[in-house]
Design a protein around this ligand. Structure first.
Ligand SMILES: NC(=O)c1ccc[n+]([C@@H]2O[C@H](COP(=O)([O-])OP(=O)(O)OC[C@H]3O[C@@H](n4cnc5c(N)ncnc54)[C@H](OP(=O)(O)O)[C@@H]3O)[C@@H](O)[C@H]2O)c1
Length: 232
């Protein structure tokens, strides 16, 4: 494929790093104009980087107004939460998880509504722990399950615009620690050995799923698992 997003405007939330950065890069490679939103405002070369904390609705409103007509909105923001068991859960973690990944996503979509093209797509991000249960997955699991549900409700409410959710398995990003750190390498090695494909995902592999959700006009209300078989 080449230039399948030519002439389209794509707004990626969480585009400074990891999965969101890979989505922004792929959208640029496919010919889109890309607005890359994050707190740092860093985006891939060729994108329009905008520094916004998604909790700041006023700043979010201004950024979306500056985007012009939006063809595709992609939301990949998520806080780095660790995997606390219930007994070690501090009172800031649940609100942070839900605010960054669900509440701000819903508000971003609401504020984008006046700017969405008639056939716009929206792609949210959840994660396999919405349906893979275990100690330490309570916070991520519940917020991801909420995102799964929000995607399907919004697919009905916003039709004929399309709304989908990409659900990653473990992907090698800074979510697991800084590049080169021992902790990240150990997590990646442990998870890899247990997966059918014997490795974790790369951000670029996830980006392909977002591109599919953006460009296939018959896909809406879908939950797209890209997890190396992690849910089996
Ligand atoms: N990586 C995995 O294994 C995995 C697995 C399942 C699900 N997921 C989900 O996939 C999504 C992306 O994960 P990732 O691994 O790519 O994470 P990441 O590398 O930590 O990237 C997160 C992005 O969100 C931005 N961000 C964080 N808080 C923000 C805020 N308050 N306002 C604006 N931007 C904010 C960060 O940029 P700034 O720091 O510059 O703001 C960064 O661009 C998350 O929802 C995560 O839960 C990931």
């Amino acid at each position: 494929m080449a230039d399948v997003l030519k002439g389209k405007t794509v707004v990626v939330f969480g585009a400074s790093n990891g999965i969101g950065a890979a989505v922004a890069e792929l959208a640029l490679a496919e010919g889109a104009s890309v607005m890359a939103i994050s707190r740092s405002g860093v985006g891939p070369k060729g994108s329009k980087g905008v520094a916004v904390d998604v909790a700041d609705l006023r700043a979010l409103t201004c950024a979306l107004e500056a985007a012009g007509e939006i063809d595709h909105l992609v939301y990949t923001v998520g806080a780095r939460l660790g995997s606390p068991a219930l007994s070690t859960l501090t009172d800031d973690v649940l609100p942070l998880a839900f605010e960054t990944k669900l509440f701000s996503a819903v508000h971003a979509i609401r504020l984008a509504l006046p700017h969405l093209s008639p056939n716009a797509s929206i792609t949210l991000t959840s994660g396999q722990v919405s349906r893979k249960y275990g100690v330490g997955s309570l916070v991520k699991g519940t917020v991801n399950a909420a995102v799964d549900a929000a995607g399907r409700h919004l697919a009905k409410e916003l039709a004929p615009r399309r709304v989908n959710v990409v659900s990653p398995g473990v992907v090698d990003t800074s979510l697991w620690g800084e590049a080169g750190s021992e902790g990240r390498a150990a997590t990646i090695a442990r998870v890899s050995s247990a997966l059918p494909v014997k490795r974790v995902g790369a951000p670029a592999e996830l980006a392909q799923a977002y591109l599919f959700a953006m460009t296939n006009g018959f896909v809406t209300g879908a939950l797209i698992d890209v997890d190396g078989g992690g849910l089996l």
